[in-house]
Design a protein around this ligand. Structure first.
Ligand code: ISE
Length: 336
């Protein structure tokens, strides 16, 4: 049976998901593209061959000819739309973050617990990226010994329009919050956030440097620099007592020009994580088909964990202090 998908949001990520669904996801069809801007929705629908466009996301979710929903609208819509999909009994692939507010994440958790099953797969696609997969596998094999530190760099060319100072912590860093927690198989116990001298914290893309402590005693540091100017650049190194693993970005060519050899950076995250998005969306399709939540994917509980530490990070930066954190009790629904 072909799974009919509604893509909500026809911006940069909605358009990318629509392309994956229509061109790279056998067994799925792009049924609806939904966006408040009819023009934007129509453009993506025409490019990807969607059956129709609608403006109201709640109408798209409730529609009889939609089996599953892909949410790629602005961050503040993720939780309310996920709740609507749960009410409609339809599986959701929701872009990260689930919300910038812990309270809203807990509401989505409560809705799933009340329904007695998981509906929401979260778009923390780095869990599917082959370089993080290799890092996690190396740790599991045991050759690295006990993991003690993880270093992360996350740089964008330029903060997009509408980005706020806080979004470095609430929108960008959640990728690292999630993937470091996933690779190390741990939770966080404290966060400290620093900024270089002279930085205007309210300015879009203002850099932040975060240090997290895990319940296992490891240290995780994250540089977020959304105005790095030179290219999209994500790096990471996992350090164990006997060795380390460094992420390699997929590089398909080297340019030899004017007495120098060089590699090129992408302008944003889509080429760097293309394979991760593809594998993630494939796993979602399987989830829709079987009802079995994909082992690797992030669920609503993982979304809450990322948001909880992001919220603490915003407070830690404002207060200029280290903040200890504790999680709510994990519902049995999310037991591994
Ligand atoms: C953006 O929303 C993403 O999800 C990208 O993957 C990330 O690199 C960027 O920093 C975020 O703003």
């Amino acid at each position: 049976m072909t799974i009919r998908i509604a893509v909500i949001g026809a911006g940069i990520m909605g358009a990318d998901h629509a392309r994956i669904v229509s061109g790279d996801l056998p067994g799925a069809t792009l049924q609806v593209v939904c966006d408040a801007s009819a023009e934007r929705a129509r453009k993506v629908a025409d490019e990807c061959g969607a059956a129709h466009v609608v403006a109201d996301p709640f109408e798209a979710i409730a529609s009889d000819d939609v089996d599953a929903v892909l949410i790629a609208s602005p961050d503040e819509t993720h939780a309310p739309l996920s709740l609507a999909a749960i009410r409609a009994g339809k599986p959701v692939l929701c872009e990260k973050p689930l919300s910038a507010k812990t309270r809203e994440c807990l509401e989505v958790i409560q809705a799933e617990v009340a329904a007695g099953r998981q509906f929401v797969q979260l778009g923390f696609m780095r869990r599917f990226d082959p370089s993080y997969t290799a890092m996690k596998a190396a740790l599991k094999e045991g050759a690295l010994g006990r993991p003690i530190m993880m270093h992360n760099f996350h740089r964008n060319v330029e903060a997009p329009a509408g980005f706020t100072g806080q979004m470095a912590i609430t929108n960008s860093a959640p990728h690292e919050f999630d993937v470091a927690r996933f690779v190390l198989d741990t939770d966080y116990s404290a966060i400290s956030v620093f900024q270089p001298a002279g930085v205007d914290a309210a300015k879009a893309g203002a850099p932040v440097f975060l240090v997290l402590e895990t319940t296992g005693g490891q240290l995780v540091n994250i540089e977020i620099n959304n105005n790095a100017a030179y290219g999209y650049d994500v790096r990471g190194e996992l350090v164990g007592e006997k060795g380390s693993v460094v992420l390699n970005a997929p590089v398909h060519a080297r340019y030899n020009l004017a007495l120098a050899a060089s590699e090129r950076y992408a302008t944003d995250w889509r080429p760097r994580f293309a394979e991760a998005y593809r594998l993630q969306n494939k796993a979602f399709l399987q989830f829709v088909r079987t009802g079995a939540f994909p082992a690797v994917a992030a669920n609503t509980w993982d979304g809450y964990c990322a948001t909880m530490i992001a919220e603490a990070g915003v407070q830690a930066l404002e207060a200029g202090t280290r903040l200890a954190v504790t999680l709510e009790e994990k519902p049995a629904l999310y037991a591994a």
